[in-house]
Design a protein around this ligand. Structure first.
Ligand SMILES: *Cc1c(COP(=O)(O)O)cnc(C)c1O
Length: 406
């Protein structure tokens, strides 16, 4: 399709698409779940494998600064989320990092027993919080309220609020500065999950005075499947908390091999074991594309793409119901629509190159990644969606069989 949408002409991010490998004929609306492959990544990973691991072997920990890679990646991510150098580290998975920062937060509020979250949170965060509460076995309660009731539920018995900023199903955005302020006024701490925020919307952890944050490396940051996650600890807390998993990488002197644990000064104390150098190298290279990008430009284009998507879908696909907030100010970089047979429609879409995903029970989810999507892509993708709905070509048994991953 050769037409060009007028909004693409003045798009300051339009050349960024060349930095990504996107298969011919694919409209990728799932960068919120697994980002696409940045073109510089394969060569960089090959170099780490062949030249660093292959030739320099174990010397690479020093010669190629492998040992500092978790913090170097963290600093690149920090610039996207308003965190100063040395306050973010890339390690482990988001789920594990939830465990670590929540335990750290609870240790700072020993007299309080409530962990407050909401039912729009991603289930892994709630599962981990519940597991930690059981493990601690000291009377903690996991209180789960409706998203709009979070602020009102912050009381003097809350130790920490554990909130995902952008709802994974609807894209609804929580007010980070407002909730954090409310939490602090009540003496509680604020932990933010930025899985659907980092690289998608401007985040100002320092400005909002957030206490802790975590997030994914494989979504909008394009680090690759299972890429290391990240973790932020506000500088004022760093030396007051320790990781509940006191591994040697968080030790003051790992190579002294002392028998007692003494946490290192700074963010590294939240790390546990040997860093995953190949995945970290992939994530570090993937973050290069963001180096000269202003998150305000990403946000502007993201809103423009999602507004266009909603307008096109509502004009051409009357069968679908908007599940995301209509106000772009409180919507992240994704739009969801409800349709009873949404799973089958999504499979039919994927078969025609429009890749989004599905979240039970009936949510079709479309992510917008301004670095590699154009307005014309949106128009073309919606015309395929409209055709599938109008012809009911989704109504085939092979589109209704649920795969393991949806
Ligand atoms: C994607 C996502 C996760 C995933 O956690 P993993 O440990 O990487 O599987 C966690 N929290 C939120 C809010 C997410 O959206």
């Amino acid at each position: 399709m050769l037409s060009q949408h007028p909004s693409d002409k003045n798009d300051v991010l339009r050349t960024k698409k060349d930095a990504f490998k996107i298969p011919e004929g694919v409209f990728y609306l799932d960068g919120n779940s697994l980002g696409v492959l940045p073109k510089n990544v394969p060569a960089r990973v090959a170099e780490v494998v062949e030249k660093e691991w292959g030739a320099s072997l174990i010397k690479s920990w020093n010669e190629h600064s492998w040992i500092d890679l978790p913090v170097r990646v963290g600093n690149r991510i920090g610039r996207l989320i308003g965190a100063p150098d040395g306050s973010v580290v890339a390690c482990d998975s988001t789920s594990i990092n939830v465990f670590k920062v929540l335990a750290a937060a609870l240790s700072l509020r020993p007299d309080r027993k409530v962990i407050l979250s909401d039912n729009g949170n991603f289930p892994t965060d709630l599962y981990v919080a519940s597991g930690l509460k059981d493990l601690l076995n000291s009377g903690h309660e996991l209180k789960i309220v409706d998203p709009e009731d979070v602020e009102a539920a912050i009381s003097e018995d809350v130790a920490a609020v554990l909130i995902t900023q952008v709802d994974y199903r609807t894209g609804r955005v929580h007010d980070m500065a407002g909730i954090t302020k409310k939490a602090h006024a009540a003496g509680a701490l604020a932990i933010w999950d930025l899985a659907h925020s980092a690289g998608a919307i401007p985040v100002d952890l320092e400005g909002a005075k957030a206490d802790f944050a975590i997030g994914c490396g494989y979504k909008y940051l394009n680090g690759g499947p299972g890429a290391p996650a990240f973790l932020y600890v506000a500088p004022c807390h760093q030396d007051k908390v320790t990781s509940p998993i006191t591994g040697w990488m968080g030790h003051e002197a790992p190579f002294a091999f002392d028998l007692d644990y003494r946490p290192v000064h700074g963010i590294n104390r939240m790390t546990v074991g040997t860093p995953a150098i190949l995945s970290l190298s992939s994530l570090y290279a993937a973050l290069e594309v963001f180096e000269d990008v202003d998150m305000a430009d990403i946000r502007r284009k993201s809103i423009s793409l999602s507004e266009l998507f909603i307008a096109e879908v509502e004009a051409k696909c009357p069968q679908l119901t908007l599940a995301s907030p209509r106000d772009p100010e409180v919507r992240g970089s994704q739009v969801s629509f409800r349709f009873e047979e949404g799973y089958a429609v999504m499979q039919a879409l994927i078969a025609r190159g429009v890749i989004g995903d599905f979240r039970a029970p009936d949510v079709m989810r479309f992510g917008f990644t301004p670095l590699y999507l154009s307005h014309q892509d949106i128009v073309d993708a919606v015309s395929i969606l409209a055709d599938i709905l109008a012809t009911e070509s989704w109504n085939r048994p092979e589109y209704k069989t649920r795969a393991k991953v949806t």
